[in-house]
Unconditional design. Structure first.
Length: 404
């Protein structure tokens, strides 16, 4: 028996994450019939048998002076939207506490190389600290030794709460008439003039155009006729639960990016004290570790998120944070797991894949800050609007996996 179609839409977004929720907001500003399908955050990971995301947290660093000019331009536009989003939704997700970046090897740094050029182009202010003593004078809380050099980007750099930002995007999309469905898409059937979308709950929807914004699960459920070239990596964070005295003492600290010299840790990022939904306040530090794994399929990703071992470098992560802030006296430590999705060229894929299917995915571990722009660019494609300057469409071209 043919299934009942639950809804027919001009535009349907798959994935209620940072990029998908932004795309739904932009699309619904132009069209009365937009749907967004994606699951809510699982309450109990162990009992969750579906997809996960990269945004289940309370803090993501944001800065205009990002890794290179493209990332900075993506961030620049997105950061410009934060006040509008906050005002229109009434939900505050942006804390402009500034970002300190420190490296021991400026020649190899991801951040130092083009910084002056980017700052000039964006008219963004920043301070330079030529050595550890200068960093210490400006930010006495932190302890850096040796050949450390640093820079500080003031507000609006700081951090965003990704969960609240998504809530803000969804609130506005809903207000603009978008239909938001808590479900997972498991099948796409292409017809001449539309796509039929089937969900895990057995519902079907039709749409003229579909935007796949499924993050790490962009190749999950084989929704695409040919998979995209992505590498999904396990990512570990450590949370230090703070006592009231540390919360007060650290309340003015900036976010930190630290290119740590270490045999097992790399690319540290540290957030100021943030209250979490469990009622406690934590310092969150994340980094790449020598035990990170490439997760080659959906089962590997799910296994990592549900029961992966995130403790192999817990001791080194604790030591790194304790060395950075020697006065820190956490009440407890815990590690958590996350997923990072790398694309072939290191920028998000924002592209048209066939007549009706489009993609906005591939955060490369750094897309929370700029997800609003990724959603905007994806929406522009579906709306057949001209590709907006200063972005080059080729920069975001999806790379399709070749036939084996
Ligand atoms: C630990 C960690 C720290 C990070 N720190 C920073 C930072 O400091 N600054 C920064 O800018 N970025 C940071 N990032 C990166 C940033 O969080 C990601 O780049 C961003 O979340 C990517 O957004 P997305 O919309 O592509 O994916 P997600 O936010 O993961 O959203 C994808 C959504 O798609 C849904 N989905 C998947 N499959 C389906 C399906 N079949 N049907 C329906 N829905 C589906 C998922 O449920 C999910 O909600 C960090 C990432 C991690 C893991």
């Amino acid at each position: 028996m043919p299934k009942t179609i639950q809804g027919r839409f001009s535009f349907l977004v798959i994935g209620k994450g940072l990029m998908g929720s932004a795309a739904a907001r932009y699309l619904s500003a132009h069209s009365p019939d937009v749907a967004l399908i994606g699951p809510d955050e699982p309450v109990d990971y162990a009992r969750h048998d579906g997809v996960f995301s990269s945004h289940y947290d309370e803090g993501r660093i944001t800065q205009r002076l990002a890794r290179d000019m493209v990332w900075s331009q993506l961030a620049e536009r997105a950061i410009g939207q934060y006040p509008l989003l906050e005002a229109a939704s009434g939900l505050l997700f942006h804390t402009p506490c500034g970002v300190l970046t420190v490296t021991h090897a400026p020649g190899e740094s991801r951040y130092v190389g083009q910084r002056g050029e980017i700052a000039a182009a964006l008219k963004a202010a920043y301070e330079i600290y030529p050595d550890a003593a200068a960093i210490r004078q400006a930010h006495p809380l932190f302890q850096f030794t040796g050949q450390a050099q640093g820079s500080f980007e003031p507000a609006p750099a700081g951090y965003i709460n990704p969960r609240t930002m998504i809530r803000a995007q969804l609130h506005l999309a809903r207000q603009q008439g978008a239909t938001i469905v808590n479900d997972e898409v498991i099948q796409l059937c292409r017809a001449t003039d539309h796509v039929t979308v089937t969900t895990r709950n057995g519902q079907t929807y039709q749409a003229e155009k579909v935007l796949l914004a499924a993050g790490a699960f962009v190749n999950g459920y084989h929704l695409l006729t040919r998979p995209l070239v992505v590498r999904v990596k396990s990512e570990t964070i450590i949370l230090a639960r703070l006592a009231a005295a540390d919360i007060a003492r650290l309340s003015q600290m900036p976010a930190l990016i630290y290119e740590i010299p270490s045999p097992v840790l790399a690319d540290i990022y540290l957030l100021p004290p943030i209250p979490y939904p469990d009622g406690h306040t934590y310092l969150k530090m994340g980094c790449n570790t020598a035990s990170d794994q490439t997760l080659s399929d959906m089962e590997a990703m799910r296994h990592w998120m549900i029961q992966g071992d995130s403790d192999p470098h817990k001791a080194e992560m604790q030591a790194a944070l304790s060395n950075l802030i020697p006065t820190l006296r956490p009440l407890s430590w815990q590690t958590k797991r996350c997923l990072v999705t790398y694309t072939a060229h290191g920028k998000p894929y924002i592209d048209q894949l066939d007549d009706h299917v489009f993609v906005a995915a591939g955060g490369n571990g750094t897309s929370a800050k700029s997800a609003d722009t990724s959603g905007y660019l994806g929406a522009q494609l579906l709306l057949e609007q001209p590709w907006p300057a200063p972005f080059e469409r080729a920069t975001f071209q999806a790379v399709i996996r070749s036939e084996d």
